[in-house]
Design a protein. Sequence first.
Length: 247
Amino acid sequence: MAGVPHRVLHFTFDDGPRELVTPRILRALRQYDVKATFFVITRVLENPRRRRRARALLRRIAEEGHAVELHGHHHDDFREMSEEELTEQLRHSARLIEEVTGRGPRLVRPPFGAHDARVDQLLARLGYDQVLWAMAPEPAGVREQEVVVDTFRAQLDEREGSRLPGAVVVLHDSRPWVGDAFPRIMRVVKRRNCQLWLHGAELWDVVPTFEALRPTEEEVEARQAVLREQSRRYCPRYGREYARGPR
């Protein structure tokens, strides 16, 4: 998805669940009343040493209202697998997810975002929607939360001036520095909304599902009204902080 014509974001997290990071992401999502999509690696659900805790964490993700979707079993490149191997892996991963959460996945994100025409056709034939991303605020090799936050802010600036600002955001709940950065990313969104609110511009909306990235004009109007009321309450009180304070 290259973008959509409204300021809407949907956060997605790859490569989890991880015991030291995913709970921190979940706490921040709950704090900001945001739902996300978790594209999980399912091999951990069969790991004898981690199986019980990983399954409990995956169940918690689903119970807190987030989507649990496919990212493969071993994080292998889908393009390097035969159709039979890929089909069996996806079906096995889907069975594990449904066994734990009670709901089978509908979406898939190829590891590394790597796909080709053959993979696209197979995923479609199996009934999956493929989800990539338009914002990736984790530069390769970076392990500092500050860089992740600054990159997100820069990408948000770039999209704000675009004809198609809305985007899927990819992050990784397998990386501790992302656990540190994500609450700050949400503060960036709130601060930006205070600035936009002061100028009467469309606010950034964090939507709960991938499908909600394409709202109708009526849905946009209704959600913006809620966001504006929220901004009216918190921006005057915290305006200085959001405008120029701690990041």
